[in-house]
Ligand binder design. Sequence first.
Ligand SMILES: NC(=O)c1ccc[n+]([C@@H]2O[C@H](COP(=O)([O-])OP(=O)(O)OC[C@H]3O[C@@H](n4cnc5c(N)ncnc54)[C@H](OP(=O)(O)O)[C@@H]3O)[C@@H](O)[C@H]2O)c1
Length: 332
Amino acid sequence: MSHEASPTRYDNSAFYARCGKSGLKLPRVSLGLWHNFGDGADHAVARELVLGAFDRGITHFDLANNYGPPAGAAERCFGELLNKDLKAYRDELVISTKAGYWMWNGPYGDWGSRKYLISSLDQSLKRMGLDYVDIFYHHRPDPETPLEETMGALADIVRQGKALYVGLSNYRAAETRKAADILNKLGVRCLIHQPRYNMLDRWVEEELLGTLEELGIGCIPFSPLAQGLLSARYLDGIPEDSRAAKPEGFLKREYVTVERQAKLRELNELAKARAQSLSQMALAWILRQRAVTSVLIGASRIAQVDDNLGALSRTDFSEGEQSKIDALLSAW
Ligand SMILES: NC(=O)c1ccc[n+]([C@@H]2O[C@H](COP(=O)([O-])OP(=O)(O)OC[C@H]3O[C@@H](n4cnc5c(N)ncnc54)[C@H](OP(=O)(O)O)[C@@H]3O)[C@@H](O)[C@H]2O)c1
């Protein structure tokens, strides 16, 4: 039996925000499939996460060619769910994928050539059983391929109908400006930018966020909880089922030091004073930025999605709260 989605999933229209100056709206919280959707993952949990998120109004799911492990596995897992459970809802979903990191051996399976991007997207579409994705990203800038070639490939992908929109990820402000300009000249707008942004990594504040607002490009920060560090998960240790404890996880155990845990406990006290969980405060802190369209979370269970959706109950910060947070983070 395919899934019957909750009839109340769109009850809160304020949950959707316009992506830059485009016509597309995205949910303020989106779900990424980087971890917990590989071949070793529990597929019942993966199903509960995707269907549960959709039932809660989360219409946007973010993938990449290399998510797994092994690379490609997350797209296959998502494709199975789409096919079995969400076929009837394809037009209600915004599905993104990317290419830009290593995907296959040889000179054509990495970086930003036209050869790589077009072949990779064709493979992604096959793995997910889709005719098109909603957003296709170049995953990281390529210092060796002319930007005109990479952007030309993105524009052709849109013209061929294989992606409805295109985006950039991990591009600095000046690179973003150049890339968006090339795309504009080719008659295709850059819809969205996906940078890492969280309380512990604030590089986007210097220039990128302002540039995106000026250019009318949306912004969807990834790892908004610093891979789970900015949650209650590590306040008193490293739980065995956490990302930091898993060998395949990108958050390394050594990163969770006793000193950092002490700081996290202080941040947690600030969150409590706002009647929020630490993850809710960390997400609210990103959502307070005008340039931010949506926060791109990961989750290992549906209860985390519920917790994180609670961030929207309060996204304003008093000056006092801001300066306490700044002071705590400056010594991170
Ligand atoms: N463009 C890029 O280069 C790039 C790079 C990285 C990621 N991304 C995208 O961004 C998405 C999100 O990245 P991320 O997974 O690092 O995001 P994140 O939201 O910072 O971390 C997600 C992890 O935090 C923990 N968590 C989440 N909510 C929690 C809660 N309420 N309480 C306790 N723990 C909680 C879970 O870890 P446990 O497993 O420990 O429970 C979860 O897997 C990815 O899936 C991907 O789509 C893009």
